[in-house]
Design a protein around this ligand. Sequence first.
Ligand code: 0A1
Ligand code: ZN
Length: 879
Amino acid sequence: MRTDTGHVFKLTDYKPTDFVVERIDLTFELDPKATIVVSRVILHRREGVGTDVPLVLDGDELTLDSLLIDGMEIDASLYDATPDSLTIRELPESAPFEITVTTTLSPETNTKLMGLYRTSGVYCTQCESEGFRRITYFYDRPDVLTVYTVTIIAAKDDAKHLLSNGNFLGGGNYDEGRHFAAWFDPHPKPAYLFALVGGDLGLVEDTFTTMSGREVALKIYVEHGKEPRAAYAMDALKRSMKWDEDVYGREYDLDIFQIVAVSDFNMGAMENKGLNVFNDKYVLADPETAADADYANIEAIIAHEYFHNWTGNRITCRDWFQLCLKEGLTVYRDHAFSADQRSAPVKRIAEIRLLKAHQFPEDAGPLAHPVRPETYREINNFYTATVYEKGSEVVRMIRTILGVEDFRKGMDLYFERHDGDAATIEDFLACFAEASGRDLKQFALWYSQAGTPSVSVSSEWNETKKTFKVTLEQSLAPTPGQSRKALMHIPLAYGLILPDGTEFEGQPTGGEASDGVFHLTKRKQTFSFSNVPGRPVVSINRGFSAPVNIAMEQSPEDLAHISRHESDGVARWQALNDYATRHLVAASRLARDGRNLMPAGDLADVLIATAKDDTLEPAFRAQALALPAESDIAREIGSNIDPDAIHTAREAVLAEVARAGQEVFTTLAASAPKGAYSPDAAAAGQRALAGISMSYASIAEATAERAKAAFNAADNMTVLAQALQVLAHQFPGSDETREALETFRTRYADNPLVLDKWYSIQAMAPGAETCERVEELLASPVFDHTNPNRMRSLVGAFTAGNPTGFNRADGAGYRLLARQVVEIDGRNPQLAARLLTAMRSWRSLEPGRQEQARLALLSIRDAGKLSADVSDIVERMLA
Ligand code: 0A1
Ligand code: ZN
């Protein structure tokens, strides 16, 4: 294991390499225990670098079998090889030279799933961020771009398909039942985009004709027998390719695009040039095994990886500090794609929910970091909601500030100027500044300052003068390593809704406000409107134009006015959600103090009216009915959190809404589309509305019968999983629930991805007892501890999706996680570190739980040999 060296990498230390790589030729002789890798690299000394400077290449757990320079052995005194590096001295002054490095790997025992490993009999690689150095000694950094030629040799019966990046050069038979394939990728790339796959796989093929008329072969490789389940992914791929041409004018650039689905993968997927490797969860779908959310995820992730071909691969990052350059931008692009394919407001609502659920707590806790971090100890710990989701929000704000046209001009300039480069955030911003003539210096703080800004909003209506003033004031709390913050440029979209429900169109004075956006650039600014016919209600941060917390005293009547008249669906949902959140926070406080809760009749009325309003699309109504989660309420409360009180309050409100709207919910519960299943957004929206209504109706009836009947009658996974969840969460211990869980388990015993839903639903069942149930499931001989999807579906779902169970007052939930983290760390540090981040908000708990959490964190810290990944997280959490 690479244990923690404590070394801190700094953005300001960036320096180009001493040697320039001209090309690399790799040969792999695949074998489960002893794969031989021969790497021939041509390099030359960079101009101005002294002849006394050695070549220092990266390694990780490597042993050097042999080293040749220009085909000749060299004296042992001229090089040093350690597991982490290869240093070669006395290399030519300026002429190019070739080094030949041979290493031997054991893919079968590579449990970290970084570098070359085996999963279900398939050889596969994962090189981002620093996996290539586990294959051979090389400059494993994103600013070293070169062309790759790859030859793969393997026993035919061990690996029938031999794949790598770029275009296929040729292949054929070799000796003793072996064969080979050779690939050449003409596009210079960094090592993290290298990929190799070898295995006997099922293949789904199609073609795509690009806008310039080139035909591209599309191939998706999956386990044999699962080919029909790749049809939706293929369709999503073709739609993504077309969308990038239509919206950004970006065309695919190789003759072939390949996707391979594997069952052991640390993340969602990886954008290796021309050869994407996917977690099979994000490729495989059919109505019987995948729910609507799975289809939507597949569509989004296929698009995300495909879009990386331009934002990430053609233009890559200079160093890992710039990760958001490719990730934030590509998330922004995949969000826009999904919005175009589905309902834009519903997609935006889901994004806001996700951002607030994952990124806001990160920004408010010990793991807070800027969108572009300035230091790191372990880069794998920076594939975060901040880099990805907030990174996307920052790009979205650039679009808001510039407007659609100038934004597109900036993107065009970026593609034109930096194609083939390893670029920085400064390069990216300069393109937008130049294309629009706007100064983005203050805006750039979004990349360097961590934390979620707060904006307090107050307003003043003068009935006699008919003036209306909106005062905005920004603040940003200190975050780790950043005690003082500078003032930000915050673009806040707004609307002034008049008493008759129409919108006031006048322009304010007091600062820049164009196209319905206040540009808050000072600490405090007042925007004044005159000739306003009647007292308006402000709808602020419409569509969540800036990722900030808004503090505003708004009466329930004003919020109801917005939610009735807002023309923008997202803003309408925001008003409703704010209203519900405020109620739930107040109710939770009463529950904590053991007092009676106030009635929820007004809230219930608004929700039921929305549920009934068939001028609104069903998916929107389903979103409106989904009350803020317990974790959302906890985040709003902020400190001294008692998860049990929140649960009690939320359940009581749910029950009150359910009883008040029983009739409506009963009708809507039967409104799911009939006939053959289709994953399209409209049908999925209808199922979502029917599903949540079924859940309310069941709560009102206080029996498991309705959910059990839905379970028995279900002819697709969306309805089946929804019914199982209602049973397990609302009626635990009932006969119906026991029976349904058993039916589900036996029906899908051979389908691990579906069984993951069974694990997650049980792990998220509220209440202290779930902790024991999770332990029991973990101890089951059929549970595969080495597979990341299994671990996430059980341990991840429990820790991140079950506030009462995980935060059990006696600390048993924290101890469970601590034991798992230490155990997993020995095999797969990345996974262990990621699971541990579930404890990032531990300091906002009430004192008793805080102490239990602290003890659990200390037990990890003192557990002995920890990976760099886990030790980095645990140290930051305890700091
Ligand atoms: N670049 C990928 C995410 C990714 C990062 C690291 C990995 O290593 C295990 C794998 C994938 C993306 O954004 O999709
Ligand atoms: Zn990505």
